[in-house]
Write a protein that binds this ligand. Sequence first.
Ligand code: FES
Length: 170
Amino acid sequence: MNSEVIASNAKRPRKLSTEEIAEIEHELTLYPDKRAVGLEALKIVQKHQGWVSDESLLAISKYLDISPSDLEGVATFFNLVYRQPVGRNVMLFCNSVSCWIMGCEGIKQHIKDKLEIEFGETSADGDFTLIPVPCLGDCDRAPVMMVGSDLHRNLTPEKINKIILDYRNK
Ligand code: FES
C-alpha cells in the first residue's frame, strides 16, 4: 500500500510502545543516519506486534522522519516484513532449486492439504501462515523450512505432521 492509499484511508499512526522505542533508539546508536534504521524499526515493530499495520508504519515514519512511501518501499523489498496479520507460527518454506530436486513439491502439497491453505494464507485456526522463501542456505539437508526461528531439515510428510502437532501444542 503506498502513502497515497494510506492517506486516503485516513489512517493515524499508532503509539509506539516503550519497548519498541527503546529498541529503535538502540538501533539509532548503531547507524549513522535515521533512514538506515528504517528496516530495523520495521522488524522491531513486527517482533512486538506480529506484523506491521499501516498505523505502525506511519508511527515509524513519524518517529524516524522517513516518508511513508520510502518506508513502504523498504517493507516491500524485504519480503519478511509482514504487512498483513499472520498466524501464530510462520512457516517459511524454501522454494528453491535444491529443495525442488529433493522433492519439496510433495512436502508443500502435504502441508497445504493438512492445513488447507495455499502459499500466503493462514490456517483457519490462526496457527500457521505458509510463505515461500528463496534458499535458506541448508541445501545439503533439503527440503528445508523455518518455523519461527527454528530450521527444520530433511522434511518428510511424517516430520511435517510432527512439526504441526508440536507447534500447535506450544
Ligand atoms: S534450496 Fe532449499 S535450502 Fe537451499
